[in-house]
Design a protein around this ligand. Structure first.
Ligand SMILES: [Zn+2]
Length: 329
């Protein structure tokens, strides 16, 4: 008995080591190699995660991530900062800093290769962002393989990658974007307002592609099985996309909720980047109530990578349950 147990343990241990040694993506970042202490979790890029949703192949690609200060100045801005810090601390998170992550998604339906949001593109590269195209290559796709680019909304971290050096980054693609969102950001009336920066980004990145863009509204489909639902507030025309393949469902929630604790547990807390704060809170509740009730998966652009998980109702909000192997079996 003892021998047999020992053998089993050794075999198990060896298998475990093999598993640990196999993923070459986990190695020291250049900063660590040069003797400098790594400042953040050092998973070497490109970071990608692929899985199947029925007959659809989904690839989560991390465009990058960055460190940000004072989470209470972004999330829960209508709350006592101490309450925000307490919620972070209660959930094993630092209270003075946070990491923001950016995750565009690829959906390969078998007949179309759809990209949902584009990351920062060249505008983010000096800051270590804009890695979408490297991520695509890592899983055997190139920018030229993308047939449709769909946009949840038109903030720079979602549309920056549409153009490279003034030319379309995805030269074989057509585009799908919300009519309300486009009308807001492309309007000259944004000049001289806080939205002027966003207006200029849209003039540079989206307006040149307008002739190849299908402008959609609530309930319209991108392709069969992928449908847009308005979830406004973060921006005036923000949308989420429902995907369904072979009875499996997933909602691409864009920026409906942007912190897996602060915005999901406290959906009513105001967020600095939500343009209409009350409407954004209402959209969070609408979208995540449905996701919780229907027990469907979601992918949130700023959720912890691979940005995919589930929620259950918890107190007055939701508890985030990250995906593990649900899609592998
Ligand atoms: Zn965003």
């Amino acid at each position: 008995m003892a021998v047999s147990t020992g053998m089993k343990r050794r075999t198990f241990f060896a298998a475990g080591l093999g598993l640990l040694a196999a993923p070459v993506v986990l190695r020291a970042a250049p900063a660590a190699a040069s003797g400098e202490k790594a400042k953040m979790n050092t998973i070497v890029l490109p970071e990608v995660n692929q899985f199947n949703l029925g007959s659809f192949k989904i690839v989560a690609i991390r465009d990058g991530s960055n460190l940000a200060e004072k989470p209470f100045e972004t999330f829960g801005t209508n709350q006592d900062p101490e309450a925000v810090k307490k919620l972070l601390g209660d959930n094993f998170l630092p209270t003075e800093k946070f990491v923001n992550s950016y995750a565009p998604a690829l959906i390969d339906t078998g007949s179309e290769v759809i990209l949902i949001d584009t990351g920062f593109g060249a505008a983010g590269r000096e800051r270590g962002l804009g890695k979408l195209q490297d991520g695509l290559k890592a899983v055997g796709y190139s920018a030229d393989d993308i047939t449709i680019v769909a946009l949840t909304h038109m903030h720079g971290d979602h549309i920056g990658g549409l153009m490279e050096n003034g030319t379309p980054a995805f030269k074989n693609a057509r585009y799908v974007a919300g009519q309300v969102e486009y009308d807001f950001w492309s309007d000259k009336a944004r000049e001289g307002t806080p939205a002027e920066g966003g207006h200029k980004t849209v003039l540079a990145n989206v307006v040149p592609l307008a002739e190849k863009t299908t402008f959609i509204k609530e309930g319209d489909s991108i392709v069969s099985g992928i449908t847009a639902v308005m979830a406004q507030g973060h921006t005036p025309g923000h949308m989420v996309f429902h995907a369904e393949a072979d009875g499996k469902r997933m909602v691409f929630t864009g920026d409906t909720a942007n912190h897996y604790i602060l915005s999901l547990q406290k959906p009513e807390w105001e967020v600095r980047f939500d343009m209409d704060k009350a409407q954004a809170a209402a959209s969070r509740k609408k979208v995540f109530d449905m996701i919780a009730t229907d027990k469907v998966a979601f992918m949130g652009y700023h959720m912890p990578f691979p940005a995919v998980g589930f929620v259950e109702k918890y107190e007055t909000g939701y508890r985030f349950v990250p995906k593990t192997y649900q899609f592998d079996l």
